[in-house]
Write a protein that binds this ligand. Structure first.
Ligand code: FAD
Ligand code: NAP
Ligand code: SF4
Length: 675
């Protein structure tokens, strides 16, 4: 009997059957915009082969004004239909099913042509929308129906109508944006006319044998959002209008509460979907921070939903379902919810990929083919660069040995996993161990390696990472000055007031570590909800707690300093930086910029400001923690130069500036593909 009987149970929709309860949720990867339809097809076909029941594409605009940005993918012409057919045919040949998401961005459309219920500009776009008149609304509804018909012609098994996350349809639902006084505004009946009309018209246009999913915002997380009564009313109305399935939407894009970041507890919003269970008779899908088969199974078994939608986990591992089915769940590459290669790329206009799996969206470019002549490969460094190279090279058939002076694999990720809100790194490091074992990588841990140890390998890979930069501040050798390594390895006893030098990724993480008193809220849903001010949408509109965010008192006073005069945290992730800034603000961390570090003494850290070194100031503290960046550890690479050994230097050992695990893993995997 399977470990995941609920997750793997089929679902009869009447006109078709889904082979299990797992959906790949819609992700805007920017792949469609490449117009390389073979590449798009391979991306989806790989996931179809991996056993997921149904995939939903990235958002496809129903018309030009509704595109997320000018030129966003749409399905308008016969040529578009033929292009999309390349994708659907490939998915069907692979035994999968695929639905197209129809996404009208409304006032979130990043262009001057955007339209909405009322001319109320969104806080996340510079473009005020044009208010639609009656004929304009009719055109939008007709365009949804036409888009669905075109999707059917293109061979899709269904469509998802995007009615959440603050997009067009959502904008009509709430008085926050909808200020109309005609038949499309005012009462809730009027405001919900748009989704109901769209649903009716789409169903009428495509007929009965076509899947229609409606994505419904169940907790808006914005002021004046929907009440849960309204959510139920809408859900029942879209069911009556012809929806087959309702998918859960959590939070508008402009919400100031994290909904999918790694610090959100796993399945942290399944309780919202559960509130709707039994109120409609069609299946409900829940989503957000579900990333293991255990969590997915538990969510369904405990009655939170009929199905689960996972999106990013299918970037990390296209074979999620097949591996779970085969009892190989430990081999599933875990989505750590970092957003670094997926959403951050999307928002930078780049094609998405995955930190954990650089082949995501690059299936036709990075090929890990079996080798005919295996080589002896020696790798120094079991951090993400070294381990990703080792696993991919061994998978191809090479004979791989990895050395590390540490007694565990993972390199710096073993420090990252100590940070509250970054607990997902534990599973990632374990996955490295599992995959190394599976592919026969020989691990020589606890072994410092010098150049002579590497004789006899056909290829030598130096992945020795980085060492902390020496900021050369007078007084830094005093006992109360420590670096981030001492802190995160638990080797430093710190007092009640701490100054942190350096506000990069590590400086921010260290501040979170130093201010967190007890258990990480990421591991305690109720505490996390209280910290961010998430309330019950039955009691408070949009699910914003009346009391607002109520963070736990910080464990100590922390001051975070940098030399730059710019805003702290500018280099943090595009979609997650605001969460780190908000967290430190809630913990009362004082941010000081534009400083010169003059000296450290027993009273604390002395700084001055500006080129003229004015305004000398003492930052009183018990300890100073150095997080002043990193430099490459290249001593071994240098020692090997001129020895005739074929050496590849990767990860932090190659370039320390702007290093992260994404770059280290991408470089390692690409090297392994070329060996
Ligand atoms: P490392 O991880 O530094 O690994 C190098 C390894 O080489 C080490 O295990 C070391 O012991 C070994 N080694 C060195 N010399 C020798 C020798 N002579 N013999 C044997 N072994 C040797 N990145 C992200 O992308 N996202 C994050 O959220 C993130 N958070 C972080 C949080 C913290 C607190 C820290 C410290 C880092 C974080 N990073 C994050 C950065 C990320 O961990 C690094 O970019 C990444 O680990 C670099 O990989 P690497 O393999 O090049 O080097
Ligand atoms: P970093 O991001 O480069 O930040 C280094 C900090 O040190 C900067 O704030 C810099 O600010 C300061 N600094 C630089 N030189 C200094 C000097 N000589 N004296 C004093 N201060 C100095 O590096 P990091 O924080 O060490 O992080 C290392 C890498 O890990 C980064 O590239 C980062 O991307 C990655 N990481 C990523 C995450 C993530 O969540 N994605 C988290 C942690 C780490 P000033 O020059 O203004 O003083
Ligand atoms: Fe998940 Fe990070 Fe990969 Fe995105 S980049 S899919 S969040 S692991």
């Amino acid at each position: 009997m399977s470990q995941y009987p609920n997750m793997l149970k089929s679902l009869d929709l009447g006109h078709t059957t889904l082979k299990n309860r797992v959906i790949m949720g819609s992700m805007h990867t920017n792949l469609e915009e490449t117009k390389n339809w073979n590449r798009v097809a391979e991306f989806y076909a790989e996931r179809a082969r991996g056993g997921v029941a149904l995939m939903v594409t990235g958002g496809i605009a129903p018309n030009h004004e509704g595109g997320v940005f000018p030129g966003a993918a749409g399905l308008y012409t016969d040529e578009d239909i033929a292009n999309h057919k390349v994708v659907t045919d490939r998915v069907h040949d692979a035994g999968g099913k695929i639905a197209m998401q129809i996404l009208h961005a409304g006032r979130y459309a990043y262009g001057p042509e955007c339209v909405s219920a009322s001319p109320v500009k969104s806080p996340i776009s510079p473009f005020p929308p044009k208010e639609l008149d009656e004929a304009g609304i009719e055109k939008q509804i007709a365009d949804f129906a036409t888009s669905a018909v075109n999707a059917k012609k293109a061979g899709y098994d269904g469509v998802e109508i995007m009615g959440s996350e603050g997009y067009f349809i959502n904008q009509f639902l709430v008085t926050h944006v909808n200020k109309r006084t005609d038949g499309w505004g005012g009462s809730y009946e009027n405001r919900m006319r748009l989704p109901v009309e769209i649903m009716k018209r789409v169903r009428a246009a495509v007929g009965a044998d076509f899947i229609i999913i409606y994505r419904l915002s169940m907790i808006d997380l914005i002021p004046n959002g929907s009440t849960f009564e309204e959510v139920v009313q809408l859900a029942q109305a879209v069911e009556a209008a012809g929806a087959d399935i309702i998918n859960t939407g959590i939070g508008w894009h402009e919400a100031r509460i994290p909904t999918i970041a790694t610090s959100v507890p796993r399945a942290g919003f399944a309780w919202v979907t559960k509130k709707l269970m039994g109120k409609v008779s069609i299946p409900l899908i829940t989503s957000n921070r579900i990333n293991t088969p255990e969590v997915a199974e538990d969510v369904i078994a405990s009655g939170c939903a009929d199905m689960v939608s996972m999106a990013r986990p299918f970037l990390a591992d296209p074979h999620f379902v097949a591996k779970a089915e085969a009892g190989r769940a430990a081999e599933i590459a875990p989505c750590i919810a970092c957003n670094q290669a997926c959403l951050d790329h999307t928002f930078q206009g780049k094609v998405s990929s995955c930190l954990v799996n650089p082949r995501a969206c690059y299936e036709t470019e990075i090929l890990l083919e079996p080798v005919s002549t295996p080589k002896k490969v020696g790798i120094v460094g079991a951090g993400p660069a070294g381990m990703s190279t080792a696993i991919a090279a061994a998978e191809r058939g090479h004979d791989v040995t990895v050395f590390d002076r540490a007694d565990q694999v993972g390199g710096q990720l073993n420090m990252a996993k100590q940070i509250p809100g970054k607990e997902e790194f534990w599973g990632f490091v374990e996955w490295f161990e599992t995959m190394a074992k599976k592919h026969g990588v020989k691990l020589e841990l606890g072994r410092e390696v010098g150049a002579p140890d590497l004789a006899g390998f056909d290829e030598v890979i130096i992945a020795t990472g980085v060492v902390p930069r020496d900021p050369q501040i007078p007084g830094q050798d005093m006992k109360h000055v420590v670096d981030y390594i001492d802190v995160l390895r638990g080797k430093a006893e710190l007092g009640k007031r701490v100054a942190v030098i350096g506000a990069g990724g590590i400086g921010f993480d260290v501040c979170e570590y130093l201010t967190q008193a007890g258990e990480s809220p990421t591991l305690n849903l109720e505490e996390w909800k209280e910290e961010w001010g998430v309330g019950d949408p039955s009691e408070t509109r949009g699910g914003l707690a009346d009391a607002g965010p109520k963070p736990e008192a910080p464990a100590r006073e922390v001051v975070l300093l940098q030399r730059k005069a710019t805003r702290h945290g500018k280099t943090l992730g595009k979609t997650t930086g605001w969460i780190h800034r908000a967290t430190l603000k809630m913990k009362g961390v004082e941010m000081i910029g534009g400083v010169n570090y003059e000296r450290i003494d027993e009273r604390g850290l002395h700084v001055s400001f500006g080129e003229a070194r004015e305004n000398p100031t003492l930052v009183e503290c018990d300890n100073v923690v150095l997080c002043a960046g990193q430099v490459s550890e290249r001593s071994l690479a240098d020692a090997l130069e001129g020895t005739g050994t074929t050496v590849h230097v990767i990860g932090g050992a190659d370039v320390a500036s702007e290093l992260d695990a994404k770059r280290a893993i991408d470089q390692g995997t690409r090297l392994a593909a070329a060996l």
